[in-house]
Design a protein around this ligand. Structure first.
Ligand SMILES: [Zn+2]
Length: 247
């Protein structure tokens, strides 16, 4: 896509939200490469946030993070990560931390992400913050793996979100509170209800479907997608695709 200029970035993304909302029901056929009946290509994918983020230059990405007040530092180079960074503090009042790794010093490679993912994580943090979340634990961001540039965890383009803590101490984990069913539809008209109607299940539906509305990630995969996602949400900003998959 054409590189965005600094002046047009916000106007572009705001326009994207309105345009996508207006055209959300008119999807073209699900792209075959996604391998899911829930995948769809919007009428104007270039207006969706995830597609905008994936096409952002390093310079503009840094500027945007600073403008948004996202605390970050440039991280050590990883061959497969285009612009490696680390968060250095809470985002919108939400502290992101790696599960099972309480000691952040020295910071491990698992806390590295590509700058473009951080833009989407800022959107995620706004959504979580509105629900009273103060801490979000993830299983991984970057992890060493072969693969295409701009794709999945090897490129630092995905976060596996596992558990959140609210300001009152309430914990909601995907594993214990999502109450999903493999094959179920998560959002939109005809969505399947959770197996149990609990505050935690409602919270996770709100997160998944709130992200669907925002279009910040190309892929939002929950326990409804497959057994591999029984304990986390896979949230990814992927380069080179125009389709979305939220399940
Ligand atoms: Zn993942």
């Amino acid at each position: 896509m054409t590189q965005l200029t600094r002046r047009t970035f916000r106007a572009c993304c705001l326009a994207a939200t309105a345009a996508v909302a207006a055209t959300a029901v008119f999807h073209s056929d699900a792209p075959a490469q996604a391998g899911s009946r829930f995948a769809f290509e919007p009428v104007m994918p270039e207006l969706k946030r995830a597609v905008q983020y994936a096409g952002t230059s390093t310079e503009l990405c840094f500027e945007e993070l600073r403008d948004r007040g996202v605390p970050f530092e440039v991280a050590e180079a990883k061959r497969t990560v285009e612009t490696p960074i680390r968060l250095t503090g809470p985002v919108r009042g939400v502290a992101f931390k790696a599960t099972y790794r309480d000691d952040p010093r020295p910071p491990g490679p698992w806390t590295i992400m590509d700058c473009r993912l951080a833009l989407a994580i800022d959107d995620l943090a706004q959504l979580l913050s509105a629900h009273g979340v103060v801490e979000a634990e993830y299983l991984s961001l970057y992890r060493p793996s072969p693969g295409k540039p701009g794709v999945r965890h090897g490129a630092g383009r995905a976060i596996d979100l596992a558990t959140v803590k609210l300001a009152d101490g309430t914990l909601y984990s995907v594993q214990h509170d999502f109450h999903g069913r493999v094959g179920a539809q998560s959002c939109g008209e005809g969505a399947d209800p959770a197996r149990k109607d609990t505050p935690g299940a409602r919270f996770w539906r709100d997160v998944v479907c709130g992200l669907d509305d925002r279009g910040s990630f190309n892929l939002v995969l929950s326990p409804n997608h497959d057994f591999g996602h029984r304990d986390h949400l896979h949230l990814e900003v992927r380069s080179g695709i125009r389709w979305f998959l939220v399940q």
